[in-house]
Design a protein around this ligand. Structure first.
Ligand code: FAD
Length: 377
């Protein structure tokens, strides 16, 4: 009997695992990729897309193509819940899939979607496709007021790049970023947040810290300190919340609902089940912020451990960097970079960011293209 490896979700780590399996498959293993949609979006290039430097295709990760290249069967039917005790995945259609070894890389959703008016009047940024389909210039008044709720790296980039985009379209843009902490970038050392606040000021973006949005209306955002901000476009870039598919089954979960894993990325107490990326809670590094860079860095460890679980090779451990390199596009031709509490801003950083991000997507596209060329030869 072949042993069955099921990857659920085509997040950054699984995309890289599939690329590895395309090069080094294991005989006697039946691979299955379960996804909610046949392609994924790469967030690193979202600023370039907002600024119209690239089109939608440049951000696209062809999950179906990667599955084919790796010899995995593709199942487009979202995961609904995990029966870890029975080694079975239940999909939205009701269908069950048994596994010998499985891994979850299904990302996260945004926090606070259930607050009044958010679903109706705000643009959510997870999945990223909803943001990318809402880039049009809202209304036709010369003054455009916009509010970005959320002051992590994503919120800052979205605010700066949307402002630049709409100004290039001839509008005067009054952009405000709202964040719950006194400084933006709360997961970085305090000095980085102070520097970021000065950068926002230099871009003409208003910073409102220490407040939370509690309600979104058709043309405004209500804050918990009583302020009401007029807003022609509200963008919701709050932190990550666990995806609904993690609830309902028997997965061990953290207080905030994510699936708990140890250094090998194996789910706590569940043999042969792994989780990685935004959907995972690292028990050994609980303060790790949710960022694609961690999913990318975890990929080789996950790949190694999945192979080990199938009897090929030894296991490894993933220990994330506390403050990895972050490169934030400011929409004015410069990028703000931070690493180990140090910061810099410049056009040269923008060049590095684009190079890193384009290389990631191209590398995966090459795997798909090579496999297609082999098949048609
Ligand atoms: C605007 C914005 C900009 C960002 N910029 C950066 C950046 O520059 N650098 C950085 O490091 N991070 C950035 N991030 C964060 C980054 O996008 C996420 O941390 C990263 O995408 C997480 O990767 P992942 O592998 O966990 O999953 P994701 O990339 O979210 O992928 C999840 C996958 O699972 C699939 N899926 C979802 N639900 C199901 C289901 N039920 N069943 C099956 N499949 C499912 C999805 O279709 C997708 O294929 C940004 C985020 C935002 C919102």
């Amino acid at each position: 009997m072949p042993r069955r490896l099921v990857l659920v979700g085509a997040g950054h780590a699984h995309a890289l695992v599939l690329a590895s399996w395309a090069r080094h498959p294991i005989a006697g293993v039946e691979g299955v990729l379960v996804v909610d949609r046949p392609d994924a979006v790469y967030s690193g290039l979202a600023p370039a897309r907002i600024l119209d430097e690239v089109d939608d295709d440049a951000l696209r990760i062809d999950a179906a193509g990667l599955a084919e290249a790796a010899g995995f069967r593709l199942v487009v039917d979202p995961l609904a819940k995990v029966d870890a005790g029975g080694k079975r995945l239940v999909l939205r259609s009701g269908r069950g899939i048994r596994y010998d070894v499985a891994s979850l890389d299904i990302g996260a959703v945004v926090q606070g979607l259930d607050l009044p008016g958010v679903r109706e009047h705000a643009v959510a940024t997870r999945p990223l496709s909803s943001l990318l389909s809402s880039l049009d210039v809202p209304g036709d008044a010369p003054l455009l007021r916009a509010v970005v709720v959320g002051s992590g790296a994503g919120g800052i980039e979205v605010a700066a790049c949307l402002k630049a985009r709409w100004e290039a379209a001839g509008r005067v843009v009054d952009m405000t970023v709202v964040g719950g902490r006194s400084e933006p970038l709360a997961d970085r050392p305090a000095a980085v947040g102070v520097r970021m606040r000065a950068v926002l000021e230099s871009l003409g973006v208003t910073w409102m810290g220490g407040v939370s949005a509690v309600e979104v209306g058709e043309g405004d955002v209500c804050l918990d300190d009583g302020h009401v901000l007029p807003s022609d476009r509200t963008v919701w870039v709050t932190g990550a919340a666990f995806p609904p598919a993690l609830a309902g089954g028997d997965l061990p979960r953290s207080e905030d609902g994510f699936v708990r894993v140890g250094p090998t990325l194996e789910v706590a107490g569940c043999r042969d089940l792994y989780a990685v990326g935004d959907c995972a809670h690292l028990d050994h590094a609980p303060d790790t912020p949710r960022a694609g860079v961690h999913a990318v860095r975890a990929a080789p460890v996950l790949d190694r451990n999945l192979r080990a679980a199938l009897g090929d090779g030894a296991t490894g451990e993933f220990h994330p960097r506390r403050h990895p390199l972050a490169l934030l596009d400011l929409g004015d031709g410069t990028v703000f970079g931070t690493l180990w509490g140090l910061t810099a801003r410049g056009r040269w950083l923008r060049w590095i960011k684009r190079w890193i991000d384009r290389r990631f997507v191209r590398r995966l596209a090459r795997v798909v293209a090579r496999a297609q060329a082999r098949r048609s030869a």
